[in-house]
Write a protein that binds this ligand. Structure first.
Ligand code: C5P
Length: 202
């Protein structure tokens, strides 16, 4: 087979996005940020749509918006992500993306445990919640949001708790995942480690 799947899971703002993009660019793989699927559904629900209808009618164009990267949409995403029917409606798209020829990196919460149980490489990316909140605050405030550290920390921890405690596809490392703790790593160091793990299998 010519497909090759890298599954990258972990809590909010651990560095999954940065690592996934860099790994995909390095190996020439496609990248899917699966959080965007839940954020797009969450944004539609904030606009009054039924969650299941939103999930079933999701289109590629819904995933483009920079407006999906804000704390309100993040919270709405983690609330719709508890819904087993919403999750089920998004499975086929993700699996087809993973099966594409030439390789794919998918990042999210349940890629190694549910979506791509047979992924060639599984990484579970973590960092202390303080470090994650700091990074997320810097990222959002660079876009002009002006958020306070305590609010960002509370947001990140509320989502992590909801993601870990839900019955369907909870956030947890796959049994065969490799842990990558980015607390004391620069982005470049974290990327280099991830590329090493993938290169060892590739
Ligand atoms: O990764 P991101 O922070 O953009 O994800 C937003 C929310 O979407 C997460 O807090 C989580 O509730 C949900 N999500 C999920 N499963 C995934 C990706 C994201 O439940 N594979």
């Amino acid at each position: 087979t010519t497909s090759f799947t890298v599954a990258i899971d972990g809590p909010a703002a651990a560095g999954k996005g940065t690592i996934s993009k860099a790994v995909a660019a390095h190996f020439g793989f496609a990248h899917l940020d699966t959080g965007l699927l839940y954020r797009a559904v969450g944004a539609k629900v904030l606009n009054g749509m039924d969650p299941l209808i939103a999930a079933k009618t999701l289109e590629a164009v819904d995933l483009d918006s920079e407006g999906l990267r804000n704390p309100d949409v993040a919270q709405a995403a983690s609330r719709v992500a508890v819904n087993a029917d919403v999750r089920a409606a998004l499975v086929t798209f993700q699996r087809q993306f993973a099966a594409r020829i030439g390789g794919a990196v998918l990042d999210g919460r349940d890629i190694g445990t549910v979506i791509c149980e047979d992924a060639d490489v599984k990484l579970f990316v973590t960092a202390s919640s303080t470090k994650r909140a700091q990074r997320r605050m810097d990222e959002l405030n660079a876009k002009g949001l002006g958020l306070a550290f305590g609010d960002v920390l509370a947001d990140v921890e509320a989502r992590d708790t909801r993601d870990r405690d839900r019955a369907t596809a909870p956030l947890k490392p796959a049994d065969d995942a490799v842990f990558l703790d980015t607390t004391d790593l620069t982005a470049d160091e974290a990327i280099a480690r991830a590329i090493e793990y993938v290169a060892a299998v590739r």
